[in-house]
Ligand binder design. Structure first.
Ligand SMILES: [Zn+2]
Length: 227
């Protein structure tokens, strides 16, 4: 843009960048801290310890997950897992378990979405065979068990949503179960929450699949296949 100056120049001033910019309301820059690998570890971290007892070992396994709280006291407050430790008297798997905890901790600290790890770990199966947990849940390996503990932890700190069934679904399953027990008698096997005859449901890995009205129905997750 050209401006013709008709008068004598009596002085001048260079326009600074701030003056040239349109007037905007001064807003403080949001300084939201997110997880990244160079974040300094505070002296104290809050943690949770999960006990795992498998029929494959006489000693229990203790999984400790320590969390870091980012942006404490602000609306962006977020609790994220920072490191994991696994302890056991059982030294059989020592080097693999140690390696696994270091890799998991490294992924925790990388930041971003780390929930994928849960599914990866839960999908690992032991060629020697898995086992049933109390309640009839099938555990394909020790690694899967660690995945379950991390999943539980992520649900507890709000990183993962619990896919809770709605009241209607719960009621439907309770009715189905009563119907089944009325026909076949209630089970008295304490190791499972479901009828003794129940088969393994491939959707929720729980021994809760029963034949009802010609359909294989899962009394745990409600999955049903007819045919
Ligand atoms: Zn199921």
């Amino acid at each position: 843009m050209t401006i013709k100056i008709d008068k004598k120049i009596v002085g001048y001033k260079v326009v600074t960048q701030e003056e040239e910019m349109p007037a905007v309301e001064a807003k403080p820059l949001l300084d939201v801290e997110s997880m990244h690998e160079n974040l300094a570890r505070p002296e104290m971290l809050l943690g949770s310890t999960y006990k795992i007892k498998t029929p494959q070992s006489e000693h229990a396994l203790y999984i400790t997950i320590n969390d870091m709280i980012l942006n404490m006291g602000t609306e962006h407050e977020e609790r994220r897992p920072y490191e994991v430790f696994i302890n056991s008297k059982n030294m059989e798997h020592f080097q693999w378990v140690l390696a696994l905890t270091r890799v998991i901790s490294a992924v925790f600290r990388k930041g971003g979405d780390i929930t994928f790890m849960v599914e990866e770990l839960k999908a690992v199966f032991d060629p020697k065979g898995g086992y049933f947990k109390k309640g009839g849940v099938y555990m394909p390996s020790l690694v899967a068990e660690i995945g379950h503990a991390i999943e539980l932890h992520m649900k507890q700190i709000g990183m993962l949503k619990d896919l809770e069934m709605d009241a209607h679904q719960k009621q439907f399953l309770a009715e189905k179960r009563e119907e089944f027990e009325a026909k076949h008698g209630a089970q008295d096997d304490e190791s499972s929450d479901f009828p003794e005859q129940a088969q393994l449901c491939t959707k929720c890995q729980t021994k809760a699949l029963v034949l009802m009205d010609g359909c294989m129905t899962c009394l745990n997750c409600g999955d049903s296949k007819c045919g």
